[in-house]
Ligand binder design. Structure first.
Ligand SMILES: Cc1cc2nc3c(=O)[nH]c(=O)nc-3n(C[C@H](O)[C@H](O)[C@H](O)COP(=O)(O)OP(=O)(O)OC[C@H]3O[C@@H](n4cnc5c(N)ncnc54)[C@H](O)[C@@H]3O)c2cc1C
Ligand code: SF4
Ligand code: SF4
Length: 471
């Protein structure tokens, strides 16, 4: 490994071999694209989110990016959960058709490019068909920005376009949109000075992030997942335009219907065959501790926003927007002034003024213990079943469980805690042989979040399953 990294830094040739075996992070590679660019590949040893310090590198970069690191303690974990921020708000995109939700991400990118605040923007486009592979696109027009609409639910090599950026002297200000692992690699490249490596002016890099968790390793894996949803199946898998895991304990899939338009198929999580879970998630995403995209200037996601249920929620529900710093504030203000985004509610620090109810205390460890990956890590003989619950039973169970689930920001905390706990068990095993093991990879803020679950996690490791949780 050491030798191959040394060779990489000397040669600085993009990696063109098969993914993931030809890539330095091997099976854990999230295909972020850094290794696919000449300007980025020489930084891989010090920038890849899955090598060396791994995900813990992000908190070391925060002071340089945001002007300060996260401030948190056990009695106030707001920045441990949501990262360095000035405020968390609810917002909606205005007049953006065909977005994943209401198009806040697309609205911000459109405004920044059309107003000339940036010369170009990177978005995740796709090869055209539903579940076509996500492809990074360096946009110089609003029409191109619109190709970034909607989540393409598999790993996107967003940083592969960095050579195009570096080669164009007309680009001195760039908007990069992407998920946490790619943003980390971008911020860390060239010794933490990506602007110089890319020929941008000082302060010329703006980063718009999305939340991200449990991404699929490939478009095929995402398609197999979608085909397993009752009511979608193989027949309609190619017609699915978007899907999300919602706070009502159901997966919602928007599917094209004959004659135009879309319908939303909603199925309880437990109606899905348990065996589809693990292959639908990339190993990198089982090793990820950057759900809330800590190094972006401005972040959009849905998990902490209120969710009323009903028809067409994804086109109506508010999004949660985290403003991390002055640059992020300027980006959001510009989109609001330009009429492309509307602020629905100011939440202040920690989103303290936003809706949040219930408690994650009772449900988090139960969710961890019931997770297929956790069961397979703790019991080598575990085999996930290949049939889900019948729809009538699954829907009754989902209704009961959803009633006990926390809502709003507390739902976001529940989701973060559960994913970090599961992923900690994963990296403990998968990174066992490395210098520093999984401990080195896991950021301190994630350890602080997991602190309250230590006793139950020890019980889980010891017993194989189970465990309650203490607040
Ligand atoms: C893989 C993935 C998983 C996510 N999981 C969650 C989650 O669990 N909880 C949560 O709160 N939010 C999650 N999000 C964020 C959320 O689904 C929406 O992207 C976000 O809320 C913005 O909605 P929008 O309507 O403003 O997006 P749109 O205006 O439709 O814009 C979509 C944006 O996503 C980018 N994008 C699309 N596909 C990819 C990809 N494969 N890789 C990188 N960027 C991409 C586009 O470039 C564009 O900027 C996830 C996003 C991604 C990409
Ligand atoms: S995650 Fe990115 S930087 Fe790391 S090996 Fe893969 S492509 Fe390279
Ligand atoms: S879950 Fe993490 S590792 Fe996976 S694509 Fe998203 S940010 Fe990258």
């Amino acid at each position: 490994m050491l030798l191959s990294l040394l060779c990489l830094s000397l040669a600085a040739s993009p990696i063109l071999g098969p993914w993931p075996s030809a890539f330095p992070a091997k099976a854990l590679c999230s295909n972020c694209g850094l290794c696919k660019s000449s300007v980025g590949v020489s930084s891989v040893a010090d920038a890849c989110a899955f090598l060396g310090d791994g995900m813990s590198r992000l908190e070391k970069l925060e002071p340089a990016v945001h002007g300060r690191g996260r401030e948190y303690e056990q009695g106030d974990l707001a920045e441990a959960h949501f990262g360095v921020h000035e405020s968390i708000k609810l917002a909606a995109g205005v007049g953006i058709e065909g977005a994943q939700w209401t198009g806040v991400a697309t609205g911000v990118a459109l405004e920044l490019l059309e107003s000339g605040a940036v010369d170009a923007a990177v978005v995740a486009s796709s090869s055209g068909e539903a579940f076509g592979g996500p492809e990074p696109l360096l946009c110089r027009s609003g029409e191109e920005i619109l190709r970034g609409r909607r989540v393409k639910p598999s790993l996107c090599p967003s940083l592969a376009v960095l050579d195009e950026v570096a080669a164009d002297p007309a680009i001195t200000r760039l908007l990069f949109t992407g998920v946490g692992c790619a943003v980390q690699a971008l911020r860390a490249m060239n010794g933490g000075d990506p602007e110089k490596a890319l020929g941008l002016e000082k302060g010329g890099l703006l980063v718009l992030g999305t939340h991200c968790v449990d991404n699929s390793p490939s478009p095929e894996a995402a398609r197999r997942f979608v085909a397993s949803i009752p009511g979608v199946g193989e027949e309609r898998a190619a017609d699915v335009t978007a899907y999300e895991f919602m706070a009502d304990f159901r997966v919602h899939a928007r599917v094209k219907v004959e004659g135009g338009g879309e319908e939303t198929v909603k199925q309880a999580y437990m109606t899905l065959p348990p065996s589809v879970g693990i292959p639908s998630i990339a190993p990198s995403c089982f090793s990820c501790f950057d759900y809330t995209n800590g190094l972006a200037d401005l972040v959009v996601g849905y998990m902490g926003a209120p969710f009323e249920g009903g028809k067409d929620e994804m086109q109506r529900a508010p999004l949660m927007v985290t403003v991390r710093n002055e640059r992020g504030r300027g980006m959001l203000d510009a989109a609001v002034r330009g009429g492309k985004v509307r602020i629905l509610q100011e939440g202040g620090r920690g989103g303290a003024a936003l809706p949040s109810s219930g408690s994650r205390a009772a449900i988090t460890m139960k969710t961890v213990a019931a997770d297929s990956m956790v069961k397979s890590l703790l019991d080598p003989g575990f085999v996930a079943g290949d049939r889900g619950a019948p729809a009538w039973l699954g829907n009754i169970l989902a209704a009961i469980i959803a009633r006990g689930l926390p809502k709003g920001l507390e739902f976001a905390r529940f989701s973060i805690d559960y994913h970090y706990l599961r992923n900690r068990l994963y990296v403990e095993k998968e990174m066992r042989g490395r210098t520093g093991g999984g401990e080195r990879h896991v950021p301190e803020f994630a350890k602080a979040i997991m602190h309250r679950y230590e006793e139950d996690m020890a019980g889980l490791r010891g017993r194989g399953v189970g465990g309650g949780e203490k607040e």
